[in-house]
Design a protein around this ligand. Structure first.
Ligand code: GBH
Length: 608
């Protein structure tokens, strides 16, 4: 059966304010906005915090571009972007659906190393795809607010004055690829997912219930129900992430988001709604996407919301890069544990699904053969990935973290430890793109600052050190092609965590597009195919050697909103024209389809 796998984001939409507004308005559509209504422009006045709508201008001015990629003449500038919705984004990963049974059978007479019920698919996320950021009563997420705030990227408007944005191309996810409105044209088969979109679940705040959201937004539930059903009808397995970076802005305003232990209760309440409403059909749940990235960028470098850091780490008005990431992480880890416990005790027996977490996983290669650099590579991993997986799977933080951080590492109470011990996870999701070198900074000298700080375990990590490059550079400064890293990271995780089942939940190559591209430029993405093919090869080697890997999803189905990079970077197997939102299938989509067909064995399908 042909199936696509898509990772869709759904969102819990918490409402801050009642918006009576047209369903979908985008600049330069003329509208007059009453005070308090959202006006989608980034450079709004500061000092408006603490109200119900912290960031937006009270009056819309039609003459100035918003901070999304429009320029004066075109509604969408060249590289633009997509969508995404609300809070606590629920991401669905739709996997290939092979009438899957839960055990792994190796194919007979088949050279393919991929087990016969292996899930192949693609990934997506709600803020990056959905758009419709104010539709159907959706509330504001921290990313809705952040992308409309003033930041350090400068643009000139039509009056030759400057506007300052948080996103490189001045864009945001207000529209993204408009999946919210395009699911009717959902057509995955053969086209590898022309469109789909996530759900919205909206929670209405009810302040009388201390620290909790109140009513659920029915429109949101309905939307995600329609989406899940549409996927299943097409033979696509939904693989759902409850939180892909964004959380309701309200939680930031009310108690500082992840810095407060109160978030554990709200997160559990939200997850319960997801399990209750969708768990009859969703069999793969992910609590968090890349918490290691979200926490580091939110609380150490301050490049993402809530933009907190200390002066030597970035440019923030508040924060403490040496302590807050560890506090936020600890609340997040305990939130994961509560939700796993909830699923296990209330739903799993009946719904028979599995639950895990997704980590960003970089392979850290020692810069030299010295013992010091080898230890540094271990420390880099501990301070990046094991920081989260160790407590969840092994019950406590890595030893190196205790040694280096001392009391700055929050300790787990006896109760917490008990909770961690009984929850755990059913699988580890691995997002792997790149490898970095690691170099010792304890016994040898390193430049002070990011990349070698105490918060990173005194291990300098970077794709290039002292003129040595870990692999072929790409158009993205953070992504170097080093396919061996796939086998190495998968094997590392296998050994450290007792061969817990793994899914490669993201892997892909981002590219830039030249202005006025020809159709050839758009379609002929040979580099992406080479990248994917080499990484899949390396994954195959790890599986042959015994790694328990059960699925692989390409990031991404479509070009989409790439966070700080806005719409300038393209990861899609399908290209999106941001002026029309039309999609064009790239060569890589065809190649991937064939790859899946070759590695799927009919005999296996019927026997499983
Ligand atoms: C994934 O993270 C995300 O889960 C997904 O949402 C995203 O679209 C995808 O990557 C592709 O980017 O600004 O130079 O400091 C992968 C880890 C962490 C890689 C943040 C890019 C920013 C690099 N990402 N990082 S930089």
């Amino acid at each position: 059966m042909e199936v696509l796998d898509v990772r869709v984001a759904a969102v819990l939409r918490s409402r801050l304010t009642q918006y009576a507004r047209p369903p979908y308005v985008r600049w330069p559509v003329r509208m007059t906005a009453p005070v308090g209504r959202v006006s989608p422009r980034c450079p709004t006045a500061t000092g408006n915090r603490g109200g119900t709508v912290p960031v937006f201008a009270s009056k819309r001015e039609e003459t100035e571009p918003p901070c999304h990629t429009e320029n004066n003449n075109m509604e969408f500038p060249l590289l633009l972007l997509l969508l995404h919705h609300l809070h606590f984004a629920l991401c669905l990963f739709f996997s290939l659906f092979f009438n899957a049974t839960s055990h792994m059978l190796l194919l007979k007479n088949n050279t393919s190393p991929f087990p016969c019920n292996f899930l192949f698919g693609t990934s997506s996320s709600s803020y990056q795809f959905e758009g419709a950021f104010l539709s159907d009563g959706k509330g504001l997420s921290n990313w809705d607010v952040f992308t409309h705030k003033p930041g350090s990227y400068t643009f000139n408007n039509s009056h030759s004055s400057s506007i300052f944005c948080t996103i490189m191309d001045g864009s945001n996810g207000d529209i993204a690829v408009d999946h919210y409105h395009r699911y009717q044209s959902l057509n995955f088969r053969g086209e590898h997912g022309s469109v789909w979109f996530g759900f919205k679940v909206k929670l209405e705040p009810n302040r009388s219930k201390k620290g909790k959201f109140g009513k659920v937004n029915k429109a949101g539930i309905d939307y995600y129900n329609r989406l899940i059903d549409a996927l299943l009808q097409r033979g696509i397995e939904p693989f759902v992430t409850i939180t892909h970076y964004d959380i309701p802005q309200e939680l930031e305003d009310r108690y500082k988001g992840w810095l407060s232990p109160k978030i554990q209760e709200d997160f559990k309440y939200y997850a319960d709604i997801c399990f209750k409403n969708f768990g009859d059909r969703v069999k793969y749940w992910v609590t968090f996407n890349e918490p290691n990235v979200a926490i580091v960028r939110g609380y150490r470098s301050g490049l993402w919301p809530p933009a907190r850091c200390s002066a030597s780490f970035g440019n923030c008005s508040h924060g403490d890069s040496e302590t807050e990431p560890f506090i936020a992480a600890s609340n997040l880890i305990l939130s994961h544990a509560s939700v796993v416990t909830l699923y296990r005790t209330k739903y799993q027996k009946k719904q028979r699904g599995r639950i895990g977490i997704v980590m960003n996983a970089i392979w850290f290669e020692p810069l030299s053969n010295s013992r010091e650099d080898k230890l540094a590579a271990e420390r880099a991993q501990s301070f990046f990935m094991n920081w989260f997986l160790d407590p969840i799977i092994l019950g406590n933080y890595p030893e190196e973290m205790h040694e280096i951080l001392g009391p700055d590492l929050p300790s787990f109470s006896r109760n917490d430890k008990q909770k961690l011990k009984t929850s755990g996870l059913d699988f580890i999701g691995v997002n792997h793109y790149t490898s970095y070198y690691a170099k010792d900074c304890i016994f040898s000298a390193c430049e002070p600052g990011k990349g070698s700080s105490r918060t990173e375990g005194f291990a300098l990590n970077s794709p290039q050190i002292n003129g040595f490059s870990i692999g072929q550079p790409t158009e993205l400064d953070w992504l170097y092609v080093h396919p061996e890293g796939m086998e190495k990271i998968v094997t590392y995780i296998k050994n450290r965590y007792n061969n817990t089942p793994m899914f490669i939940t993201e892997n892909g190559l981002g590219t830039l597009e030249k202005p006025n591209p020809t159709i050839e430029d758009i379609i002929n993405d040979v580099k992406r195919v080479e990248y994917l093919s080499s990484y899949l090869d390396s994954l195959a080697t790890a599986i042959r050697k015994g790694a328990n890997v059960r699925g692989y999803f390409v990031w991404s189905l479509l070009d989409n909103f790439e966070w700080t990079y806005g719409y300038t970077i393209r990861f899609g197997l399908h290209r999106v024209d941001y002026a029309t939102l039309n999609r064009t299938r790239r060569f890589s989509a065809l190649w991937y389809k064939q790859f899946i067909a070759q590695h799927t064995n009919k005999a296996c399908l019927s026997s499983s």
